[in-house]
Structure formats: structure tokens, C-alpha cells
Design a binder for this molecule. Structure first.
Ligand SMILES: O=C(O)CCC(=O)C(=O)O
Ligand SMILES: [Fe+2]
Length: 285
């Protein structure tokens, strides 16, 4: 029978004794709810082909190809390969591959008009040490904000783009570097749980609408500190066969990026959308 166990103090749930290829509808409903309740879910010990992984991912919502074209799987564009082609032709490490997701806490797809509902990874190769993924709870971040900030940012809209204030990104092809900013409220009510979360990404925010740069800079610096609430983190130590899904509407994550570079750390990755909004994301490609 399916086992469900909490992982971190305020975030993370582990599911075991289940095969996502053959589980019952009742088990699916149970694990989907567990994921909504705990922001991040790990399903252990899965044995999947790419079509199996896509089929399971599409139960959460439509899967669309990631804007980073160079890291898409050549035959399955909906799959992004993490940790592949880590060295260039001269044998030098490509930091944008090795440290992908390790630059800082973030949420995926803030640069899209409809940010990704979820991101899901399947572990194919796990290094002997390091290489964790860290998660933090966005509801807890909102709850822990001082009243002053809750009031200052109430109703405030942020402009976000792929490269944020830095501009471009090495993961994008040259022709895809120009990114028109999109707008999201900084406090966001989760469409399924009805709970309020802090929606923030220091690497993708460009500005706050109606707030001057100097104050915007201060707010960015302060939110960067406050987005990770005390006791609201979970650090995932990968095992081969893990599927981990996180809810980008109410969590932050980052890769630790600290594993021995000569070792493999390989995942298949998908970006999952809300039903009905995937066309918007494809338009942003
Ligand atoms: O590789 C990881 O641990 C996570 C990388 C990441 O940020 C992502 O896939 O969105
Ligand atoms: Fe990410």
C-alpha cells in the first residue's frame, strides 16, 4: 500500500510503495493532494522510460518545452536534460550546465506570463556526494513577513524576465536573449489551495511597478533575505529512481551545485503548466 511521509518541518512529502505507471485513481488523488499540501513531493524507486515520465508528468498539467533549446532532448523536446554535455570541446567545465539552478533561490518560469505550475525531475544518475536540491516554503515566507512589508507590497506587481537585472543567460540561444518582461503580483493566492504565498525571484525580478529603483533595490535585498523562512526548508538528497516535483506557485528551490564535477548527476526535467494556459507559455518560447 502507498506510504506517505513528511520530509521537512514545513515542506516536503515522500511517497513510496507505488508505481506511478500503474497506480490506482485513488492513489493518484491521494498523492496529488499530498503534493498540494506540502509543496514538494518525492516519489521513490521509479523505473521509467521517457514516454512513461512524460505521461505521468501530464497528469499534473500540460508539459511544454523549456526556452533553453540547447538543453532539450533531441528527440523529445518536452524533456530538458540536466547534467548532460557538462564539458566543452576543450574539456573545460561549462558552469551553466554544472551549476544550473545553483546561482540562487528561485522559482521556475517567473519570466512567463503564466509561470510554470510545477517542475518535475527524474534522477538517472546521482553523484557519490553533494548535488542536493534545496527547497523552501513560499507560504511560510509570506506568513513570516513583517506587517510593514505585507502592507507595502500588498497589491504590488513585479516585472520579471529571463535574465532579470543581469540581462541575458548562457542557457539561451542568441536569438532568444531578448525577453519582454511579464508581470506578476508579489503576493499570490494559490489557485488550488487558496493560500497566500510570497512570489519572488531575485534573479528574474526587474522592477516593481510604481516603485522607484532605489526603493526597489532595498525591497529586493530585503525579500532576498526573507524569502527563506526559518524552519521552512527541505534539502533533498537524491537517489537514483527518485521523481521530485515542486510547486512553483508556493515554493523556492536551488541546486546546491557542489558535487564532484567528474561524476555524473543526470536528470530528465519537465515544465508543467496549468490547464488552459499552456498556449501562453508556448507563445513565449
Ligand atoms: O538540478 C537541480 O537540483 C535543480 C535545478 C533547477 O533549478 C531546475 O531544474 O529548475
Ligand atoms: Fe529551477
Amino acid at each position: 500500500m502507498v506510504q506517505i511521509r513528511l520530509l521537512g518541518p514545513q515542506i516536503g512529502v515522500e511517497v513510496s510503495d507505488i508505481d506511478v505507471k500503474t497506480m490506482s485513481e485513488a492513489d493518484w488523488n491521494k498523492i496529488y493532494q499530498a503534493w498540494l499540501d506540502h509543496n514538494v513531493m518525492c516519489v521513490r524507486d521509479q523505473d521509467l522510460t521517457i514516454p512513461d515520465f512524460i505521461r505521468y508528468s501530464e497528469r499534473f498539467g500540460p508539459v511544454t518545452p523549456h526556452p533553453s533549446k540547447s538543453t532539450r532532448h533531441p528527440e523529445h523536446p518536452k524533456i530538458t536534460m540536466l547534467g548532460i554535455n557538462k564539458f566543452d570541446a576543450q574539456g573545460k567545465i561549462r558552469e551553466e550546465i554544472y551549476r544550473r539552478g545553483a546561482e540562487g533561490w528561485h522559482t521556475d518560469g517567473a519570466y512567463n506570463q503564466a509561470p510554470f505550475k510545477a517542475t518535475q525531475l527524474y534522477a538517472l544518475a546521482v553523484p557519490s556526494r553533494g548535488g542536493n536540491t534545496m527547497f523552501a516554503n513560499g507560504y511560510a515566507a509570506y506568513d513570516a513577513l513583517p506587517q510593514r512589508l505585507k502592507e507595502r507590497l500588498d497589491g504590488v506587481i513585479g516585472a520579471f524576465s529571463y535574465g532579470g537585472r543581469r540581462g541575458g543567460s548562457k542557457l539561451l540561444n542568441k536569438e532568444d536573449q531578448d525577453w519582454t518582461p511579464v508581470y506578476h503580483p508579489i503576493f499570490r493566492v494559490h489557485p488550488e489551495t487558496g493560500r497566500k504565498a510570497l512570489y519572488f525571484d531575485p534573479g528574474k525580478i526587474v522592477d516593481f511597478v510604481g516603485i522607484e529603483r532605489a526603493e526597489g533595490d532595498e525591497l529586493i535585498a530585503e525579500l532576498k533575505e526573507r524569502m527563506i523562512a526559518p524552519d521552512a526548508e527541505y534539502h533533498h538528497v537524491w537517489r537514483k529512481g527518485d521523481i521530485v516535483i515542486w510547486d512553483n506557485r508556493c515554493s523556492y528551490h536551488r541546486a546546491a551545485g557542489d558535487y564532484p564535477p567528474e561524476e555524473d548527476r543526470i536528470h530528465w526535467r519537465v515544465s508543467i503548466n496549468d490547464y488552459g494556459v499552456e498556449a501562453l507559455d508556448e507563445a513565449a518560447e
